[in-house]
Design a protein. Structure first.
Length: 381
């Protein structure tokens, strides 16, 4: 797909960006919005939960905010069709030439709304989520079936579908979620701001941190079990957990979290700024069952942390096993505990792997490089 010839051509382009969580427009896509505006795009941004403070932050980037109602999780056809209707109205109101979405519901419903109006659309698959993770329940199987049918319809409408790892791309093609494989493009996650997530000295004591939504498929149960096992044998390490509760079907119950706290987990709550927590940790852990490219891991790498994560799509892309971290099987608390104890017993390994994480992050995940590639994919064909 050729690039636009110059910024003047881009001035004709109005883009509507659609998120499933309003604050992510600043935290995960703020630099992308800035880059688009610098190249001459007129940018509008929609998402649920855009309060006055967030709206002003979006305006400060040079974009126009639009708060919109969206039920982010679960199957609710009436709510989803209302979202489709509202996005359709917003596309008309803004006169958008391009509809750019990320996460599952905006990818599906905003893309279908754009097609109904003859507007170009691009989806960014930032992770396949609950609908592609094997949990075995009847509800999950139903969600998976419906999601795949809807995703196929949506990607049929898209000009381009952008993936963050090759496993997600291949699974979309193999399951029929993407009928035209030629539409697929790859980027290295959403990138990370290297100046903002600056390197911090490693603590001398082994301190582990998981920062993730409190979902079973993030591997937080395995982390709690592994930590409990280690604490039953020794007391020379700490185990931190940060993240907010999730109302989805895989969410952790507050009572279960309280049991983990009683067993020695230190819960930091839902953090607006994760940098102090990363700085206090000597190893970052993400035992997820599957990701797109986990932003939390990139942030920890930028701050010079060694990584323990799972050998699954998305996560495995961030770690060269034995170089900047350790890969363990998903859903395996014993293997996770063994990897953490290896880090506990070898402080020099923590330092060496932390240095390698920073090098890898600078070479591969710099947000400016990622956004430059992304903007190429958005150019008018």
């Amino acid at each position: 797909m050729p690039e636009l010839s110059n910024a003047a051509d881009r001035e004709k382009q109005t883009v509507l960006i659609n998120a499933s969580h309003g604050p992510s427009l600043i935290r995960f896509r703020g630099k992308m919005i800035e880059a688009m505006i610098a190249q001459g795009y007129r940018v509008h941004a929609s998402g649920p939960g855009i309060d006055d403070e967030l709206a002003q932050a979006i305006r400060d980037l040079g974009a126009v905010p639009h708060s919109i109602t969206l039920t982010r999780t679960g199957l609710d056809p009436i709510a989803d069709l209302r979202y489709f209707r509202d996005i359709r109205r917003l596309l008309r109101k803004t006169g958008a030439d391009l509809c750019l979405s990320y996460t599952i519901k905006p990818n599906i419903w905003a893309s279908l709304a754009a097609r109904s109006l003859g507007v170009r659309s691009v989806s960014m698959v930032t992770g396949v989520g609950y609908a592609f993770i094997e949990n075995g329940g009847l509800r999950q199987k139903l969600v998976k079936l419906v999601a795949r049918l809807l995703y196929r319809a949506a990607t049929n409408a898209n000009d381009v579908v952008i993936f963050q790892n090759p496993d997600d791309r291949d699974d979309f093609v193999e399951t029929g979620c993407l009928a035209e494989a030629g539409k697929a493009r790859m980027i290295n996650g959403s990138g990370v701001e290297l100046d903002y997530y600056a390197p911090a000295p490693l603590p001398d004591r082994p301190v582990f941190l998981v920062a993730a939504r409190l979902l079973g498929n993030k591997g937080v149960r395995e982390y709690a079990d592994a930590a409990a096992g280690i604490l039953s044998r020794r007391n020379d390490a700490r185990f931190l957990l940060a993240g907010h509760f999730d109302e989805g079907p895989d969410g952790i119950d507050p009572a279960e979290l309280q049991r983990w706290i009683s067993g020695g987990i230190e819960y930091l709550g839902a953090l607006e700024d994760v940098r102090p927590a990363i700085a206090s940790a000597s190893v970052f852990v993400l035992p997820s069952y599957r990701e797109g490219t986990p932003r939390s891991v990139l942030e920890a790498m930028a701050m010079g942390r060694p990584i323990i994560t799972t050998d699954v799509p998305g996560c495995r892309e961030t770690v060269v096993d034995g170089v900047n971290g350790l890969l363990v099987p998903a859903r395996d608390a014993v293997a996770l505990a063994e990897a953490m104890e290896r880090m506990i017993d070898r402080p020099e390994l923590r330092r060496e792997m932390g240095d390698q994480s920073l090098r890898l992050c600078r070479s591969k995940y710099d947000v400016d490089r990622v956004n430059a590639q992304l903007l190429d994919y958005l150019a008018v064909p």
